[in-house]
Ligand binder design. Structure first.
Ligand SMILES: CC(C)(COP(=O)(O)OP(=O)(O)OC[C@H]1O[C@@H](n2cnc3c(N)ncnc32)[C@H](O)[C@@H]1OP(=O)(O)O)[C@@H](O)C(=O)NCCC(=O)NCCS
Length: 154
């Protein structure tokens, strides 16, 4: 059974730089920026979102643990004035542990955590080039609320 516990500083120091690189690569893959611009933008976003790192108020970072082993990572933002729902900033299941239900279990753990805090709605962004994640969210009852479209002009 999967449980979540707060991320440690050592885990944060590994996960967050890797996540920044992935966010930037996603922006490039989506055709929204060059790697240089995306890297700069992601640095700015993270400085705003996590000004105090793990201690940032309203940001919850967890490790997902199965049988004593860390299998993934979850980052949730609590609701704020201009976004009155909680937000999944990231969910990751480490590659060797995928397709065993841990992603689903992490999402359900996030829902439980938020219900316990009285939060009524949860949102997230997902890239079109990530059909596996889209399928996971749809199977959990998430509905598309907006969609960005883009076309390469050659
Ligand atoms: C997305 C992610 C968290 C899913 O984790 P997981 O532990 O493999 O997911 P689960 O085993 O709980 O899968 C649940 C369901 O999601 C769907 N799914 C998950 N991965 C999929 C894939 N690669 N292709 C198609 N469907 C997939 C399936 O419907 C699956 O059910 P099934 O295994 O019974 O077919 C994982 O692939 C991951 O960490 N990816 C990299 C990070 C990422 O993209 N995060 C999402 C950012 S929006």
């Amino acid at each position: 059974m999967l449980t979540i516990r707060p991320l440690t500083q050592a885990e944060y120091d590994v996960r967050v730089p890797a996540l920044k690189a992935e966010y930037a690569a996603d922006e490039v893959r989506a055709g929204r920026a060059t790697l240089e611009d995306a890297t700069e933008r992601v640095e700015r976003q993270f400085a705003t979102l996590l000004p105090d790192g793990l201690a940032t108020e309203g940001q919850l970072l967890f490790a997902g643990v199965v049988d004593g082993e860390v299998v993934g990572f979850l980052w949730i933002g609590l609701p704020i004035a201009d976004r009155p729902q909680a937000w999944i900033y990231e969910i990751q299941v480490d590659e060797a542990h995928r397709r065993r239900g841990h992603g689903r279990a992490l999402m359900l753990a996030a829902e439980d955590e938020l219900r316990a805090r009285g939060v009524a709605r949860l949102g997230l962004n997902v890239f079109g080039h990530n059909p596996g994640a889209r399928q996971l969210y749809e199977s959990l009852g998430f509905e598309t609320t907006s969609q960005q479209m883009s076309k390469a002009l050659e």
